[in-house]
Structure formats: structure tokens, C-alpha cells
Design a protein around this ligand. Sequence first.
Ligand code: GN1
Ligand code: MG
Length: 365
Amino acid sequence: MTNLTNIAQHFQLEGEIENVEPLGEGFINDTFIITTKNGGPRYILQRKNKNIFSPIPAMMENIQKVCTHIKKKVVAAGGDPLREAMTVIPANDGKLYFLDDEEEFWAVCLFIEDTIAYEAAETPELAYAGGKGIGKFQSLVADLKEPLVNILPGFHDIRYRFKQWDEVLAKDPVGRKAEVSKEISWIESRKEEMLAFWELVENGEIPTRISHNDTKINNILFDKNGEVLCVIDLDTVLSSTVLNDFGDAMRFYTNTGLEDDKNLDNVSMDLEIFKAFAKGYLEETASFLSPKEIDYLAFSARYITYEQVLRFLIDYIDGDNYYKTKSPDHNLVRARAQYKLLQSMEDQFAEMDSFVMTYFSELQN
Ligand code: GN1
Ligand code: MG
């Protein structure tokens, strides 16, 4: 077994290590918290998933570029750069990661104390604050001109996902395809409208900007007054469309049930939460988003939720190689629950869209 203290010792930590313990249940990386003796700083240690993010050193450079850029702005605004931005802690050799004997990549960042991370957007107020947080993150990085390396080719690119889809269906490696014919038809019947949207990104009608790409609510730290302090988990920062961030947040925030709810009656889209997040988000971004981005803002919720149904189904048919799962049908349960959410978004789409359009024009006046 990996000796976590030994791994942690390879980083430039302040103080002596007291212990290293598991933290949270990410689907992709393994996360630990390092405590140092005599009340010294705490740190987050992560084993980064090299099968997904590739190459890890470039991912860490991307993260560092974004953090450095945000820190400069926080300082200029009189804020605290150690609390309002993530701080990457380099290894003893100055690299942003440590490669162990088993060829696993590890990285450390400072743990920000006295913050709250929510698991669900329980109130419109919280959703509004979350919308402001993601909007502000996007506006802080909007003028970051240094290019980021694309360490996740095709991440929210539906054309790429359809390629994976066709391949996995053709192979059917574990014989699960026959039992999911209904689910396959959910995907096939919406293919064209999803590709039509993505074409606008491909041909530049929807611009490419720096986006976070994993905007669930627990990737934002709030302070004790309910204000957004800092956006974390920057593994997926990419140059893509910022609509990914709005859409992914809506997939997460508005769900009245769980991402893997077995009881589909629990799952639907909460329109009030949608409106509250959209309000906060637009207040921070209306000044720089293009008309086309506004046109497709509400649709992005459907796009990302559809993509998530597709990704869970691909992984199910593939035999569960991507997401961590807790039962053999976990990915299928997730796909069904996300599909229920997608249907609820489709049913309420006219209201979602008209809210975005109306609030955006109010902000223009
Ligand atoms: C993964 O590991 P986590 O929970 O941060 C995934 C997201 C999915 C999410 C589903 C790199 O994020 O894209 O939306 O699971 N991240 C990656 O909950 O694939
Ligand atoms: Mg993540």
C-alpha cells in the first residue's frame, strides 16, 4: 500500500506532517487531507487520474496559469490571494507534481480553512450565489491570453462522444447492449439537435473561452456569510465554450433528486433554482457574453445533461471503466436519473429560455 505520509513529504509543506486521511468521494481522483503538527496549515493531496487527464504535468501547468492570473486580480482588488484562489504547492524539486515509484502522479494544494462546500443547492439564494461565483470565475479568466493545453480532448464535444458511442455499441464488450435498447433510443432521437449546437462551437459562431467544465456546487467554496470565496477543482480548465459551465451547473443545481437516484419520482428540474442561478450568472457575465452565447444559454443545460446521460451509458455498455461505481448497474441508474432530469428540462424549456432572454435584456437597460 502506498505510504501517504511518504508521498506528502515530497512537497514543500510548512511544518511537520501529523497525518494524511481520505477526503470526499470523487469519481475520478483520490483525495486526502494532510494535517501538520501544532496547528500548521492543512493541505489537499490528490492522486491525479492519469488515465483521464493526460499529460498530468500539462494539466498542472494549466491550473497554475489560471491560479496565478486570478491571484493577481485578487491582490489588485485588495483581497486575500490565499483564500480567494487556489494555491498549488510545488514538490521539493520545484515541479507542480510528484511522480511515485508506481508511476502515479500526485499534487498538493493549500486547504482553505473556514469555508463551506455544499452538496446541493437547497435554496434559490445559494443558487444565486453559485451563479455569481461561476460567472465571476469566467470573468476573471476572460482576459487570460496564455494558451492552455487541451489535456481532455473531446471533453464536452458531443461529436467526440458519438464516436465513443458508435465504437462501444459496435463492440458491446460485456454484452450489455441488448438490455438497453430503450436507453439507446433516447440518445439516437436527440443526436441531430445536439450536433447542430456543437457545430456552432466548431465553426466559431459560439466563441471559445476559458471554462471550468465541472461546475457542480461542491466545486465552489463559500465563506461563512454565504458569499462565494473561491472556485476549486481546476483539473478540467480548458479552452472551450463557457456554456459548458452554465449547463453543467444547471444539471447539478436544479436536480430535485440525486444524480444516481433510483426513485425517478424524486428527479426533476427546479425552475426557481434555474432562475436564481441564471440571474447571478448573468449579472457577472452579461457584459462580455456574445448574443449567440445568450441565445444558447438555456439550451446548454439540456446539452450537458444529455451528454451526461450519454457518458454514463457509454461507460455502462463499456463495462464501467471510467467512473468509479458502487454496484454493477450504477452507471445505468445514473443514466436513467439524468434522463429523467433531461426530460424535465425539455418540458420547461420555454420558461427557462424566456427567463434568460428577459433578464438579459433587463440588464442591458
Ligand atoms: C466527474 O470526479 P468529479 O465528480 O469531479 C466528471 C464530470 C462529471 C461528473 C459526474 C473529469 O467529476 O465530468 O460530470 O463526474 N469529471 C471528469 O458527476 O470526467
Ligand atoms: Mg472534478
